[in-house]
Design a binder for this molecule. Structure first.
Ligand code: EPU
Length: 422
């Protein structure tokens, strides 16, 4: 059992360096399959979801070498379109193997993706997109088979909802299709743009990423490239919330300020000081708080709205706000597993469907708490850092999926945190 022991109540102070974006990296690692060549990726986060993706690519025949934050992937040795490794069903991003294998081999068979338990996570929009491009899709025995033996052909795809996964998957399949594809009502998240930029660096022709219409002209001659992955918006946001929650003073380095506008705005509304800066070599965010936050309302929305992935850590902060906050989760049906744990620490949160009424209390108290998914884990860390007394956070394998060197980074900020593995 791995767990974290946190003695809370200490303000975080100092500087923290943000790693590469996990959600961009899972897409980009899958996209290297399309290059059939060598890609050198910089700023690749060393988190368990990326390890799983690299292991899966290796078992498909790729050669993956990591040196620090640089990963070299040679996908010339991949000669199968069947990805049936058990680990695929443990993560959501593995769905990108479908689009990438389909784009390269015009066929793909992949175990249904898993991922955090935050409500039903269908892939109907991914499959609808593949069908529009000419693939015949079947789901049986827990795996999806996509068959476009007659070729992939560009088409118009209208997404019923703004799905990050469907947008990336359809881009992967479409960038080698014959002709033009237009994806409408697509997701605009920074990691969608980063995957598109990477595909363009490999020779693809994708325009409009970052807006709700993406246009792709199919090209067969993709090639390897060197590419630096963007910083992780959600990791940065989590440290911003942790700094505010502990009444700390933290400089968060290696960020893209525009990606953090929603969280910066909400923290400022809470009374937290948030200052964007540019050191000349990089951007940074300075977050400082002296008081308990003021209550604010949050509604999660697709980018550029407030990100669902920060709803959970933000709920921990609001648990100690002056006044009542409403937190509404619009993206996932069941992303409130952290509420029960926060209430065990003294929070007063009532759930009503997809809205949590958070009645602010003066402080939280240390307890034995469980991370039920990745971002619920981040919420537990924020809560434990500000709570009075000792907390034990269980199930930290969820947190390891998305936060690189969490213990080291928090210790560097003065937190009293120990990882226990036995
Ligand atoms: N949806 C459908 N049908 C589909 C696809 C999605 O109904 O075919 C629904 C989902 O059920 C959900 C909504 O659309 O209600 C949005 O889902 P989306 O597809 O955008 O999410 P995702 O691709 O499964 C990614 C991130 C999540 C992040 C969401 C939203 C990865 C690997 N995962 O998931 O990240 O919460 O976008 O921004 O990129 C995390 O990092 O902790 C995490 C869960």
């Amino acid at each position: 059992m791995k767990r974290l022991v946190i003695n809370g109540g200490k303000p975080l102070h100092g500087e923290v360096y943000i790693s590469g974006s996990k959600n961009a990296a899972v897409g980009i690692v899958a996209a290297t399959i399309l290059a059939n060549d060598i890609c050198v990726l910089e700023n690749v986060p060393d988190v368990s979801d990326i390890k799983i993706m690299l292991d899966v690519l290796t078992s498909l025949g790729a050669n993956c070498k990591r040196e620090g934050e640089i990963v070299e992937i040679d996908t010339r040795g991949i000669n199968t379109w069947v990805a049936d490794q058990d680990s695929i069903s443990k993560m959501r991003g593995s769905s990108y193997l479908m689009g990438a294998l389909l784009g390269r081999f015009h066929k793909a068979q992949v175990y249904l993706p898993g991922g955090c338990s935050i409500g039903p996570r269908p892939i109907d929009q991914h499959l609808k997109g593949f069908s529009c491009l000419g693939s015949d899709n079947k789901t049986e025995f827990g795996r999806v088979t996509c068959d476009a033996s007659n070729g992939l052909f560009g088409n118009n795809v209208y997404l019923d909802l703004m799905s990050v996964g469907a947008t990336i998957n359809i881009m992967l399949a479409a960038c080698t299709a014959v002709g033009n594809t237009v994806i409408e009502n697509c997701a605009m998240e920074p990691h969608v743009v980063d995957v598109a930029n990477f595909l363009n660096a490999m020779g693809a022709s994708i325009r409009g990423a970052g807006t709700d219409v993406i246009r792709i002209t199919g090209r067969r001659d993709l090639h390897g490239c060197t590419y630096a992955i963007i910083p992780d918006q959600i990791e940065a946001g989590t440290y911003m919330v942790a700094a505010a929650a502990t009444k700390g003073d933290v400089i968060i380095k290696n960020i893209i300020p525009a990606h953090l506008e929603a969280i910066s705005a909400k923290l400022m509304e809470c009374g937290v000081e948030v200052i964007e800066g540019d050191s000349g070599t990089e951007f940074f965010m300075h977050v400082r708080a002296k008081e308990r936050p003021r209550a604010v309302n949050i509604r999660t929305l697709p980018y550029p709205g407030f990100p669902t992935d920060l709803q959970q850590p933000m709920t921990s902060l609001l648990a100690v706000a002056y006044g009542n906050s409403f937190v509404t989760e619009n993206l996932f049906e069941d992303r409130f597993n952290h509420v029960r744990e926060l209430n065990r620490m003294g929070a007063r949160i009532t759930l009503n469907g997809r809205t949590a009424l958070v009645a602010g209390v003066e402080k939280l108290y240390g307890a034995e708490i469980t991370a039920t998914d990745l971002r619920a884990g981040a919420a537990m860390i924020v809560a434990a850092l500000m709570a009075e007394g000792t907390s034990i956070v269980r199930n930290i394998h969820y947190i390891d999926r998305g936060y690189e060197k969490l213990t080291e980074k928090l210790r560097g900020l003065g937190a009293n945190i120990t990882r226990v593995e036995e």
